[in-house]
Design a protein around this ligand. Structure first.
Ligand code: GAL
Length: 706
């Protein structure tokens, strides 16, 4: 059976069909400069000089496109599109819904959002339109169709950019107007069919919440946390439906132009795995702020790698797009430190190495006024190519030219980490975990880190997606269990898979009702051969030592959570030391062989040393090893893409010393870009990067199996 991970099912296309280049450019706001044609001319000269090829236009242009109701002015955009085409560039053409013009809010106040206090907002800011307003929909439909009809055959049109950062900058995307609340009730009815079924799913007997009709359900009442969870799912549904609506206004006119919208990283509120189903290309806005003064660059790089491996898998087999990043520092970031060239390159090449085929910027040119006038940009107020940043961008374009052979290759992983937005929300709403959903994310990243530091590719996947084809599946603190997932875990291990779980896994169903008869629930207690009775939440700074069960040597410690786990068939690999309330000698790490596979279980959050120990066991069991004989030294960023014949190894070294890596096996390698040597060891000089085309000596593609 073909699965989502099967390359033949998702033939890789370029982000913009037929445009075989790594996209490099930025958000471009020519409408702010229509009074100064010489600036627009200068932009043309500079973008050619910078080697940039893709520009997002029209994002916040509505008041220029329709300055008064029903009066449309496309002439300026015609010129911009023509110039882009003449310069060999592609336009990522935005629909302008992210910021409606003031006249619209004045004439039709209903286009603005309504707050929790049921008060309608006045005209301000952006992103804050009502999802349900019929007038707004009609206005958006009209302007989008006009854009689509006007530019459908234009050679510059490459990609549709739907709105901007839906759900960002304006609360959580919530609107409490009567229309939105009406849709909320309809959504509930569709999901639960009857009020009684909802009462049961939400455990509404609590505090006398049994509802008798849909109208009684107030989304602002968080007493039933299932209500809060469903409300955020509903807001997510509104966003997805909005993307689908906007896409339906342009797709019929431009069936070959892909549709995208820009996401906002690993977001605490938005379930992007869901939204991604409405787009053709996953695009993200990334501001990890890699500047030298930042205390922990390694953690920023880790978080970014994790995010790429998550987002890439929203639409498996297709390249993703870093729509917004910054060649300098954003004005909202403090301190406003310089972004050094090697850091910028490491950040951009990391994205490409993880499967992106474009990295663009907010913004191409700094505007003179408004709150973003000091935001980093390719072109400064100084206006020429003489700036440090311009040079950085120009040189990166040169590197991207050299990386064309990489286009169409993809990442392959034998290891998956499961990360569910719903579990994140569940931890946020209350699982006992100090720090809530963010700590859940950090825990997933800590497990991921072990493989990342070995240079082993990992897919980060939602538990509802296809993950069974991965040899090793790691599900840290998967608190909320969707229907069917427990059965899939059981079958995965019975069929030879390796599954790693931790405490706080399989504790509730999808509406936060606790699973009964002992955790991990839904039959996993029997599969894992253990019972996780209760958790001890350790105060900050406290740890609980862990000893290996065979020789009693200390392998590390637990922090934040350690649980009382009873082995019920599982073998104990490591135990807790004397320390907190947990009786000494209680299991800390367990293993159970099930069918042809193996389950590992961590009875707490393990520090890096204990995690390293656990995952060494996992890797040995799976026969998986990284492409180097050693772990990557701190400051080295590494990733692999591959096609049928060859691999592409991306290396960046942001440390102060040259690093030397010993590859596992014999390879033939030629350098596509950057600096460094490949002999017995690979040397990457300090503050540099390199991309290699790699073949295993003696033919055949490289592999990561030991
Ligand atoms: C993004 C947004 C851009 C710009 C940028 C500034 O979130 O999409 O329009 O505001 O932030 O960092």
């Amino acid at each position: 059976m073909k699965t989502e991970n099967d390359p033949s099912l998702n033939p890789q296309t370029n982000i913009i069909p037929g445009f075989r280049a790594i996209l490099h450019g930025g958000d471009y706001s020519p409408e702010q400069w229509l009074h100064a044609p010489q600036v627009l001319e200068q932009d043309r000269r500079l973008r050619r000089l910078a080697g940039c090829n893709a520009f997002s236009v029209g994002i916040f242009s509505w008041s220029h496109l329709e300055p008064r109701e029903g009066v449309f002015e496309f002439g300026w955009l015609d010129r911009v599109m023509d110039d882009l085409a003449e310069d060999g560039c592609k336009a990522i053409l935005a629909t302008p819904s992210a910021a409606r013009p003031p006249w619209m809010a004045r004439k039709y106040p209903e286009v603005m959002r309504t707050g929790r206090d049921r008060r309608r907002e006045e005209f301000n800011s952006r992103h804050n339109f009502c999802w349900s307003s019929p007038v707004f929909r009609e206005k958006v439909r009209e302007i989008n169709e006009r854009l689509a009809l006007r530019y459908k055959d234009h050679p510059a049109l490459g990609l549709w950019h739907i709105s901007n950062e839906l759900g960002g900058n304006a609360g959580l995307g919530e609107c409490f107007c009567d229309l939105c609340l009406g849709r909320w009730r309809q959504w509930l009815e569709q999901r639960y069919q009857t009020v009684d079924a909802l009462n049961e799913a939400w455990w509404a007997g609590f505090w006398s919440h049994r509802f008798t009709c849909w109208e009684e359900i107030n989304p602002g009442d968080s007493t039933l946390d299932a209500c809060a969870l469903d409300w955020s799912r509903f807001v997510n549904f509104q966003m997805r439906e909005w993307i689908e609506f906007e896409a339906s206004t342009v797709r019929p006119h431009t069936p070959d132009v892909p549709v995208t919208t820009n996401f906002m990283g690993v977001n605490p509120w938005i379930d992007y795995a869901e939204l991604a189903r409405a787009v053709d290309v996953v695009a993200d806005d990334q501001y990890p702020a890699l500047f030298a003064a930042k205390p922990n660059l390694e953690d920023s790089l880790l978080a970014t790698a994790f995010k790429h491996d998550l987002q890439r898998n929203y639409l498996p087999g297709r390249p993703f797009f870093l729509m917004e990043s910054c060649p300098e520092t954003p004005q909202w970031h403090h301190p406003q430190a310089l972004k050094h060239e090697h850091l910028h390159r490491a950040e951009m090449l990391q994205a490409i190495g993880h499967g992106a085929e474009g990295t663009c910027y907010f913004q191409w040119r700094k505007g003179r006024g408004g709150i973003e006038r000091l935001h980093g940009a390719v072109v400064d107020h100084e206006g020429s190519e003489r700036t440090r940043t311009f040079g950085i961008v120009k040189r990166l374009s040169g590197t991207y030219d050299a990386l064309k052979p990489v286009l169409g290759s993809r990442r392959r992983a034998e290891v998956a980490v499961l990360y569910d937005h719903d579990s994140r929300r569940a931890h946020e709403l209350g699982s006992g975990l100090q720090g809530g959903g963010y700590q859940y994310l950090l825990e997933a990243q800590e497990h991921y880190r072990i493989y990342w530091r070995h240079g082993i590719s990992v897919d980060v996947l939602d538990s509802r997606r296809d993950w069974e084809t991965r040899r090793v599946v790691i599900a840290p603190m998967l608190y909320l269990l969707h229907e069917g997932v427990a059965g899939r875990i059981r079958r995965h291990v019975e069929n030879g898979g390796i599954f790693v779980a931790t405490t706080l896994t399989a504790c509730t169903d999808a509406t936060l009702r606790c699973l009964q008869h002992g955790w991990p629930g839904d039959g996993l207690r029997e599969v894992f051969g253990l019972w996780d009775e209760e958790a001890d939440h350790l105060p900050e700074g406290t740890t609980l030592g862990i000893l290996s069960a065979d020789g009693g040597s200390r392998i590390g410690a637990a922090y934040s959570v350690a649980s009382v786990v009873h082995a019920e068939g599982a073998e104990v690999l490591a135990q807790f030391e004397e320390g907190t309330g947990i009786p000494c000698g209680h299991p800390a790490i367990l293993r159970r062989r099930v069918g042809k596979g193996v389950v590992f279980y961590a009875a707490g959050r393990l520090d890096r040393s204990a995690l390293g120990w656990l995952h060494k066991e996992v890797m040995d069991e799976a026969g998986i090893a990284g492409p180097f004989l050693d772990e990557l030294p701190p400051g080295v960023v590494f990733s692999i893409r591959a096609d049928g014949q060859q691999e592409f190894w991306f290396l960046a070294n942001i440390a102060q010393e040259t690093c030397h890596l010993r590859p596992r096996g014999q390879f033939e390698a030629d350098r596509l870009a950057g600096e460094g040597d490949w002999g017995q060891v690979i040397s990457v000089p300090a503050r540099s990067d390199s991309v290699w085309r790699v073949k295993r000596s003696g033919g055949g593609p490289c592999c990561a199996r030991a």
